[in-house]
Design a protein around this ligand. Structure first.
Ligand code: ZN
Ligand code: ZN
Length: 150
């Protein structure tokens, strides 16, 4: 747990943010690669780990981390936004791939959607693209299961 803590503290310091309990707890949850959680899921995870969660504090911490581009939002649908460690991706205007099996969320900036086909007169302001399927690991394991059944 110490190494995890160090990484988070370094991350916060590099953004000139104070190290607070809630920021530490939040980022530790998001540190696992491929993890994207909504505010509700963060709240549930934190309280299941025995932390007392104040909803307003949690909301404010998420806002701060978004402002400082420590995390970035991913729109899932009209009701759900998930948050993911931003890493090298400062903005969230890139596609994401959600593995329907292990629920890992992977940033796919290399898949930038082409906006050249927009009809005349349209100005693009943001694009959210969510791809769903199986990650390489799950593709392999599901294939193996299929062939075992034969
Ligand atoms: Zn997967
Ligand atoms: Zn991303």
């Amino acid at each position: 747990m110490v190494a995890k803590n160090d990484t988070v503290i370094q991350l916060l310091r590099s953004k000139r943010l104070n190290v607070t309990d809630i920021r530490l707890q939040l980022l530790q949850l998001l540190l696992e690669p491929g993890t994207a959680l909504s505010q509700k899921e963060l709240e549930e995870r934190l309280s299941s780990e025995g932390h007392s969660v104040d909803r307003v504090t949690l909301y404010r911490s998420i806002r701060t981390l978004l402002d400082k581009q420590v995390i970035h939002p991913i729109t899932i649908d009209a009701q759900t936004v998930k948050y993911k460690l931003a890493g090298d991706h400062k903005k969230s205007d890139h596609p994401h791939f959600l593995c329907s099996h292990c629920q890992r969320m992977i940033c796919m900036p290399q898949l930038s959607p082409s906006t050249e086909d927009l009809p005349e007169g349209f100005t693009l302001q943001s694009a959210q693209l969510l791809l769903e399927g199986l990650c390489p690991h799950c593709s392999l394991t599901t294939k193996q299961k299929d062939s075992e059944g034969e």
